[in-house]
Ligand binder design. Structure first.
Ligand code: SAH
Length: 226
């Protein structure tokens, strides 16, 4: 049985909800990077969720986006973005574009975003949306991101929005000197958010906080039905 859908709110209402989200879900929980907070306060998250869930767009939770996938919780998007240390001149690879929301947040913060999504319908929807919204520094490819995207490497940052059983070697290889990789690592149910840095030819890995993401499915991720 489907629930009745509340009437569409106006942009002012969404702007107010977005400001409250930044204050209560992000600042209060320790997101401090001013540029990240500004991007989260700018990108219209309600345009990245299915129309019938728009009234929930600024809630403190992930939401379904179709094809069995989810748009991440706002706090998780902000945390991963802050951990990536995005600088204005950076080129960033995002793996698991999904709705395109995280892609838009990154596009506000860096010079160029290359996004990979394995499900063609999601990639197409996100591409169309980001283009309509005027993001000119984003390219989206349908590809298995577990192998990265060597064609455009190296990257100053790589953000993976799906959980891998271990850090794929290919992603470490595609990091520029000083580059950062943020990725959830674990089994299908419990993962830790990890950050890897390439510094002076060696890789440093930090294990940060417990998280729960949908699986990264592919050659260096999980099997489709396994
Ligand atoms: N950042 C997105 C998260 C979407 S969920 C958002 O907030 O909307 C994770 C996405 O990763 C899903 O869309 C899923 O299809 C995609 N995905 C899973 N395995 C992948 C792979 N190997 N390569 C590319 N995308 C993958």
């Amino acid at each position: 049985m489907s629930q009745p859908v509340p009437p569409e709110a106006d942009n002012e209402t969404y702007a107010r909800q977005r400001a409250a989200m930044v204050q209560e879900q992000l600042i209060r929980r320790g997101i401090t990077d001013e540029r990240v907070l500004k991007a989260m306060g700018t990108v219209p998250r309600h345009l990245f969720v299915p129309p019938r869930l728009r009234h929930l767009a600024y809630d403190d939770s992930p939401l379904p986006i179709g094809a069995g996938q989810t748009i991440s919780q706002p706090f998780m998007v902000a945390l991963m973005t802050q951990l990536l240390r995005p600088a204005p001149d950076d080129r960033v690879l995002e793996i698991g574009v999904g709705s395109g929301y995280q892609t838009a947040v990154l596009a506000e913060l860096v010079r160029e975003v290359i996004g990979l999504e394995r499900i063609p319908e999601l990639a197409e929807q996100a591409r169309k949306k980001l283009e309509e919204m005027g993001y000119r520094n984003v390219t989206i490819h349908v590809a298995d991101g577990s192998a990265g995207f060597p064609e455009a490497a190296p990257y100053d940052g790589i953000l993976v929005a799906a959980a891998a059983p271990r850090i794929p070697e290919a992603l470490l290889e595609q990091l520029a000197e000083g580059g950062r990789l943020v990725i959830p690592v674990g089994d299908a149910y419990d993962q830790m958010l990890e950050r890897a840095w390439r510094q002076g030819g060696s890789i440093h890995i930090e294990r940060l906080v417990p998280v729960r993401f949908v699986p990264l499915i592919g050659r260096f991720g999980f099997q489709e039905n396994g």
